[in-house]
Design a protein around this ligand. Structure first.
Ligand SMILES: [Zn+2]
Length: 50
């Protein structure tokens, strides 16, 4: 239950970030980029929900 959720502010796409991954504001963006995570609108304006 300790996974993190990132959401795009524009299109509300959600991505689950495993707990063993990065958890700081800057590092989770690197995780999303590193794994090629893209939201529906393509802006990738992620915010961390949890
Ligand atoms: Zn988006």
């Amino acid at each position: 239950m300790s996974d993190f959720i990132a959401r795009c502010r524009k299109c509300k796409s959600k991505v689950i970030i495993p707990d063993q991954g990065p958890c700081t504001d800057l590092e989770y963006r690197e995780y999303l980029e590193g794994y090629g995570k893209n939201c529906k609108c393509g802006r990738n304006d992620w915010e961390l929900l949890a």
